[in-house]
Design a protein around this ligand. Structure first.
Ligand code: NAP
Ligand code: MG
Length: 496
C-alpha cells in the first residue's frame, strides 16, 4: 500500500482543499507507487501563510540556542531513519542508494551545523566615533519564507534552506518538486516530531504553476528561496522584484572538467565518471563538458569509453548498480533531443546515445551514458544545460584556451582542473568564472559548511551553505547606545 501524505498546515495534517491528489511513481519502475500526495492550490497556500505569519510572532522570540536544540532533535530523527529515508528517495527520484544516503547525510550535516549556529549567529561590534557611545549590529529574522526546491536533491536542498531559515527565527511555507515530494515530506515530519511549534513549518504539495505561483505572489511572504532552473528563477526574481521580497536563487549549471597533459589521468578518469554519470548527470554541479589537452586527448578518450561502457545501469535499490534512471519520461526525452542536436551539429557519438527500453529497463526511464567527441565550444551541447547522462568532450591546445572554453557559457556554478602544475592550478582558480573550483577533484562534492552557489546566470549573488546562508535568512539591525547624557552629533562633534 502506498503511503498517503498530507499537507502540514498549522501543525495539522490536512488534505488539499479540493480533495484532489496525485501519485508519485518510481522512475525505475512505474508499477511502484511511492506515495499519494495532495494536489493543492492557492487557497491551501493562503491557509499555510496565515499559520506561518501567526507562528512567526512566537518563533522569532524563542532564543536561538533553543531553536537550535529543536533542530538538533530533528537531526537526531534523520540520523535514526537514514537508511529508510535513503530508500524512499531512491524510489522517488531514481539515484542509487549510495547517493541517496549521501543526500540524507547532507541534511544531517546541515542540521548539526545549524544547531551549533544557534549559539553563534555572530555579527559585529565596532567603535563609535563619539565618547560614551556604543555601536553594534545583530541579526534578526525576516518573516515568512517561501521555500521552493527541485527534485534532484530532494532532502538536502530543502534542508539547506529550512534549517538555517528556522534557526534565524523565520517561519516557512515549503513546496517541494512535484517529482520528489516524499523526501521533503519526511524531512518536515522530522521537524514537527522534534517539537517545532505549530505553524512554524508548513508544507503544501502541488505544482509550480499553482502552489509555487501562489507562494511567490503572496503579500505576506517576506522572502523566497529557490533552487531550480534559470528560467523559473527569472520568473521568481521578476515577481519578487515587483513586490520587494527578499529572494535567493540557486540555478542551472554547465560545469566542465579540464584535464591537462601533466595530470594524473587515472585520477581524472575517476573524477569525470563520477562527475558526469553520478545521479545520471542530473546534478546542478554535474560534469557536462570535458576539456582535454590535445596531448592526452586520444589516450584519455579511449580510457573513458571503456569505463563508461562498463557502468552498471539499473534500479538504484540494487547496490550493484551505478547509474539509475532519468527522473521522468520528459527528462529522458530532453536528453535524447540534445543527443540529436549534438549529432546534427557535427559532434561524434563515442558511446551511448539511446534509451534503454527493453527487458529489465522496460518500466523505467533509463538512458545509456553518452559521450560526444569532436565538440566545439559554439555547439549547443557545449553551452546549454542538458541535465542527463551526456558528456561533451572538447579538445584544446593549452590552459589559456581551456579556461576560455570553460567560461564560454551563461552559467558559472562548478568547475574542476586536473593538473600537477601548481602554477596552472592557481591561474585556473583565478580566471575560471564559477562559484566553485576543485583542483584534482570532480565538479561534484560540496561540503555543507562551505559557501555554495554560482556566478553569471547560476544565481543572484547569494551563497547557501556554511556561514553565508545565515546572511540570506537574517537582516542586520544597527544599534547605537549613547550613555553620555548629552546630545552628541556624529560628523559634527569632536572628542575634545
Ligand atoms: P524547475 O523546473 O525550475 O523547478 C524547480 C521548482 O520550482 C519545482 O518545485 C517546481 O515545481 C517549481 N516551479 C516551477 N514553476 C514555478 C513557478 N512559476 N513559480 C514557482 N515555482 C515554480 O527545476 P527542476 O527541473 O526541478 O530542477 C532542475 C534544475 O534545478 C536544473 O536547472 C538544475 O541545474 C537546477 N539546480 C540547481 C542547483 C543549485 O544549487 N544551483 C541545485 C539543484 C538543481 P514543479 O516540480 O511542480 O514543476
Ligand atoms: Mg517520482
Amino acid at each position: 500500500m502506498a503511503k498517503i501524505y498530507k499537507n502540514l498546515i498549522n501543525g495539522k495534517y490536512v488534505s488539499s482543499s479540493s480533495g484532489k491528489t496525485y501519485k508519485n511513481l518510481n522512475p525505475a519502475n512505474q508499477d511502484d507507487i511511492v506515495g499519494i500526495f495532495p494536489l493543492s492550490e492557492k487557497s491551501d497556500v493562503n491557509k499555510a501563510v496565515v499559520a506561518a505569519k501567526k507562528a512567526y510572532e512566537i518563533w522569532r522570540k524563542v532564543p536561538a540556542p533553543q531553536r537550535g536544540e529543536i533542530i538538533r532533535k530533528a537531526t537526531d530523527i534523520l540520523i535514526s531513519r537514514k537508511e529508510e529515508l535513503a530508500k524512499i528517495m531512491t524510489r522517488e527520484m531514481g539515484k542509487v542508494l549510495k547517493e541517496t544516503r549521501g543526500d540524507v547525510q547532507e541534511a544531517i550535516d546541515t542540521g548539526l551545523y545549524a544547531a551549533g549556529e544557534g549559539r553563534r549567529l555572530f555579527s559585529y561590534t565596532v567603535p563609535s566615533e563619539l565618547k560614551n557611545k556604543m555601536a553594534f549590529v545583530f541579526r534578526q529574522p525576516i518573516g515568512v519564507w517561501g521555500v521552493i526546491s527541485p527534485w534532484n536533491f530532494p532532502m538536502a536542498i530543502p534542508s539547506w534552506k529550512m534549517f538555517p531559515a528556522l534557526l534565524c527565527g523565520n517561519t516557512v511555507v515549503c513546496k517541494p518538486a512535484t517529482y520528489t515530494p516524499a523526501s521533503a515530506g519526511e524531512f518536515v515530519d522530522a521537524l514537527a516530531e522534534a517539537g517545532v511549534p505549530d505553524g512554524v513549518v508548513n508544507i503544501v504539495y502541488g505544482s509550480g504553476g499553482k502552489v509555487g505561483e501562489a507562494i511567490i505572489n503572496h503579500p505576506d511572504i517576506s522572502g523566497v528561496t529557490f533552487t531550480g532552473s534559470s528560467d523559473v528563477g527569472k520568473r521568481i526574481a521578476e515577481v519578487c522584484g515587483k513586490t520587494l521580497k527578499r529572494c535567493s536563487l540557486e540555478l542551472g549549471g554547465k560545469n566542465a572538467e579540464i584535464v591537462m597533459d601533466d595530470a594524473d589521468l587515472d585520477l581524472a578518469l575517476e573524477g569525470v565518471l563520477w562527475g558526469a554519470f553520478g545521479t545520471t548527470g542530473q546534478r546542478c554541479t554535474a560534469t557536462s563538458r570535458l576539456i582535454l589537452h590535445q596531448k592526452i586527448h586520444d589516450k584519455f578518450v579511449d580510457m573513458l569509453k571503456k569505463r563508461t561502457e562498463a557502468l552498471k545501469i539499473g534500479n538504484g535499490l540494487n547496490e550493484a548498480n551505478e547509474v539509475g534512471p532519468c527522473v521522468s519520461e520528459d527528462q529522458r526525452q530532453t536528453v535524447h533531443e540534445y543527443v540529436e542536436i549534438g549529432s546534427k551539429e557535427g559532434a561524434r557519438l563515442l558511446c551511448g546515445g539511446e534509451a534503454l527500453t527493453k527487458g529489465k529497463y522496460a518500466k523505467g526511464f533509463f538512458y545509456k551514458p553518452t559521450i560526444f567527441i569532436g565538440v566545439t565550444p559554439e555547439m549547443r551541447i557545449a553551452k546549454e544545460e542538458i541535465f542527463g547522462p551526456v558528456l561533451s568532450v572538447i579538445k584544446v591546445k593549452n590552459l589559456t584556451e581551456a579556461i576560455k572554453v570553460l567560461n564560454n557559457t551563461r552559467y558559472g556554478l562548478s568547475s574542476s582542473v586536473y593538473t600537477k602544475n601548481v602554477n596552472s592550478a592557481f591561474r585556473a582558480i583565478e580566471d575560471i568564472q564559477a562559484g566553485i573550483t576543485y583542483i584534482n577533484a570532480p565538479t561534484i562534492g560540496a561540503e555543507c559548511h562551505m559557501p555554495f552557489g554560482g556566478v553569471k546566470d547560476t544565481g543572484n549573488g547569494h551563497r547557501e551553505g556554511g556561514w553565508t546562508v545565515y546572511e540570506i535568512f537574517s537582516e542586520l539591525k544597527t544599534v547605537y547606545v549613547d550613555y553620555s547624557g548629552a546630545l552628541q552629533k556624529a560628523q559634527i562633534d569632536t572628542w575634545d
